[in-house]
Design a protein around this ligand. Structure first.
Ligand SMILES: O=c1ccn([C@@H]2O[C@H](COP(=O)(O)OP(=O)(O)O[C@H]3OC[C@@H](O)[C@H](O)[C@H]3O)[C@@H](O)[C@H]2O)c(=O)[nH]1
Length: 395
């Protein structure tokens, strides 16, 4: 009799334990988020505090640009995780109200953080010490979608940020790009190479936009004494990229995870070298706080063909997806690999995250996102070359 009662009690206990275990996990996660370390700004004197403006691009608001201001003793990976590369998704209307501000929710309400909703094409009047000018779409399908706005963001937007830097005496870091080298005739690309860009091709809005943005930086430096830093950023990937980003890393991972064909544009012999986001962030922060005012390449020199890259992602995901060859994108650079000797020598910086390790982190992120989206009845597909007014975006 007694043992029957004990058995019953044990069953009830194990059922309770089963129900409570996931709640315990949730509490652990919540506790972790509370113990996050932030810079000890409160105890710094006014002269040691830095007001840092991070201008980022918002994916879901079309080309509306958001500014994020962090009041900080200095910037580190934790501060940057909210926005670098993501340049998007501060709001997620497509997914639903619940998801609004999901990407920055762990920062909302923090005393050192302020979210500014602002379009960089309009002047901005704030007090700030450092400006990371990252505002621009960076994915080819995105920047080609509205080339005029891409041009305005990179030209008028850059003028506005330089004007702000001049007015308040701030230092400005421009997120430039390996695309200033165009379809390069020099390989690997070093900072002295002037590039090979088609000024009237479909990529010109971004390539030439960034080239003139660099020109503006050096005009403001020479004429007005503004302190500028120019990072030429090579292909970068990592968690928090948008599901509809349209660049090759997110496309291939999502296609592999969903059992869909991996879409290779052209024969797949074109090469790229991919760096992981944390390496880029460390490079940007090192450059901002250095005395190097000339352009610096930031990228990982490990070069692969796009076909090799598709095969690698298939292997890492464990996917049976086929590889599908689509027509080549117009003016697609045929090879790209950064020469990073300057960054190594002058910043003491080089990438440390191996490609496969970074890809596994990105795969883990996208797998979770797919689960999350499925629970919210929204499963986005990787973006194909979108049509606008009867034209494909690549041609
Ligand atoms: O689904 C796809 C997407 C892309 N690709 C190919 O993969 C290569 C890389 O394409 P991505 O769209 O990821 O990026 P790109 O190298 O063309 O441009 C990038 O360059 C550096 C950065 O400044 C920018 O983030 C972006 O402009 C290209 O050759 C492209 O044609 C595919 O084969 N399939």
């Amino acid at each position: 009799m007694r043992s029957l009662q004990e058995n019953g009690e044990q069953k009830v206990e194990s059922k309770i334990e089963e129900a409570v275990a996931p709640l315990r996990e949730k509490i652990k996660d919540l506790e972790k988020s509370f113990t996050q370390k932030y810079p000890p700004v409160k105890f710094l004197s006014e002269k040691d505090r830095k007001r840092i403006l991070l201008g980022v691009y918002c994916f879901n608001c079309g080309l509306q640009v958001f500014g994020i201001q962090v009041f900080s003793a200095g910037l580190g990976m934790n501060d940057f995780d909210i926005c670098v590369l993501r340049r998007d998704e501060i709001t997620k209307e497509k997914v639903g109200q619940k998801d609004e501000k999901r990407n920055v929710e762990h920062w909302i309400g923090h005393e050192n953080f302020e979210l500014i909703n602002h379009d960089v094409v309009e002047p901005l009047y704030i007090e700030v010490d450092q400006i990371y000018h990252l505002a621009s779409p960076a994915s080819p399908p995105n920047y080609m979608y509205n080339p005029i706005k891409t041009l305005k963001t990179n030209t008028i937007g850059t003028l506005n940020m330089l004007g702000l830097a001049k007015r308040v005496g701030a230092r400005l870091l421009l997120a430039s790009t390996s695309e200033v080298y165009g379809d390069p005739e020099v390989h690997p690309q070093n900072e002295d190479y002037w590039g090979h860009v088609n000024p009237i091709g479909p990529r010109a809005c971004y390539d030439e936009g960034k080239r003139v943005a660099e020109t503006m930086c050096y005009a403001y430096m020479k004429q007005e004494g503004v302190e500028v830093r120019v990072a030429r950023i090579f292909n970068t990937f990592g968690p928090r990229m948008h599901m509809n980003d349209g660049r090759v890393v997110s496309n291939f991972i999502l296609q592999a995870l969903q059992g869909e064909p991996l879409t290779v544009y052209g024969p797949g012999t074109q090469t790229r070298a991919f760096q992981y986001v944390s390496d880029l962030v460390n490079g940007l922060v090192a450059l901002m706080n250095s005395n190097v005012s000339s352009p610096v390449n930031l990228g990982n020199p490990e070069e692969h063909t796009i076909l090799e890259f598709a095969q690698l992602i298939k292997k890492l995901v464990g996917s049976r997806s086929e590889i599908q060859f689509l027509s080549e994108a117009q003016d697609d650079p045929q090879k790209r690999k950064p020469d990073i000797r300057k960054a190594k020598l002058l910043l003491g910086w080089e990438p440390v995250v191996p490609l496969e390790e970074g890809l596994n982190k990105a795969i883990h992120y996208f797998r979770k996102e797919l689960e999350y989206q499925a629970n919210n009845q929204y499963i986005p597909k990787p973006k194909p070359a979108r049509m606008k007014k009867g034209r494909t975006r690549h041609n």
